[in-house]
Design a binder for this molecule. Structure first.
Ligand code: ADP
Ligand code: MG
Length: 238
């Protein structure tokens, strides 16, 4: 069964239709990457799945249940924002536990879940630091840690590495791939970096002006792009 289904999903801002009749099935445990030019609707689609934007029409199912109107906190989803979205006045430990504290989880359980996530991400020595005392890569790991502590079934990443330098981006890409294997979670990852898409994805979804242009494995899109647009994006010589 699919972990996540979009059926004829559309989104309009006023009279501007930015997501157009999107049909998509995402298998449990799959690493799916959304690519496409700036403004094509990648972030909007992710935010609709997370519940941060209303769905104008169509259906969203997660784990077999319709979730169109479900509160974001009850969707079993965690969204990883860019590292600058950390709370600067809170320690790493407080940043990672914040959502759980907000949800009324008992302190002992928060401590346990934060420690587990810190161990996975090798953040234990940094738990009492503030974000300003961390490197870019460490801050990004904390941003991921904040998602992990909630034990989501689905992780959403919106260009999480775009403001890191090239070397760190490669390192974090490998970390994210390892994390996906280790947690066995379903991941949807937005990027406009072809190399990130090709190396991380089980499946790539190419978006263009609010529609899905083509879906396939990196190899399928590379060797058999449906058209010039997909070929241009995936970088095959066709
Ligand atoms: P991407 O992430 O692929 O760059 P977005 O999903 O951010 O694209 O945006 C898709 C389209 O929707 C763009 O034309 C953008 O201007 C428009 N858009 C996004 N958010 C809003 C909003 N809150 N109000 C009006 N238009 C929006
Ligand atoms: Mg975006």
């Amino acid at each position: 069964m699919s972990e996540l289904s979009l059926r004829q999903v559309s989104k309009s801002f006023g009279t501007l239709k930015v997501i157009k009749d999107v049909d998509l099935e995402i298998e449990q445990g799959a690493f799916t990457v959304f690519v496409g030019p700036s403004g094509c609707g990648k972030s909007t689609l992710l935010r609709m799945i997370a519940g941060l934007e209303d769905i104008t029409s169509g259906d969203l199912e997660i784990g077999g249940a319709r979730m169109n109107d479900t509160d974001p906190s009850k969707r079993g989803i965690a969204m990883v924002f860019q590292s600058y979205a950390l709370y600067p006045h809170m320690s790493v430990r407080q940043n990672m536990g914040f959502a759980l504290r907000f949800a009324g989880v008992p302190k002992a359980q928060i401590d346990r879940q934060v420690m587990d996530a810190a161990r996975i991400l090798e953040l234990e020595p940094l738990l009492e630091r503030k974000p300003g005392q961390l490197s870019g890569g460490q801050r990004q790991r904390v941003a991921i840690g904040r998602a992990i502590v909630r034990h989501p079934k689905v992780f959403l990443f919106d260009e999480p590495l775009s403001n890191l330098d090239a070397e760190l981006r490669v390192h974090m890409r490998i970390e994210i791939a390892k994390l996906h294997k280790r947690l066995g979670a379903t991941v949807i990852y937005v990027t406009h970096d072809q190399v990130e898409a090709m190396t991380l994805a089980d499946k790539i979804v190419v978006l263009r002006a609010g529609r899905i242009e083509q879906t396939g494995t990196p190899l399928e899109l590379y060797t058999d792009p449906d058209n010039q647009f997909v070929a241009g994006f995936i970088g095959s010589p066709k």
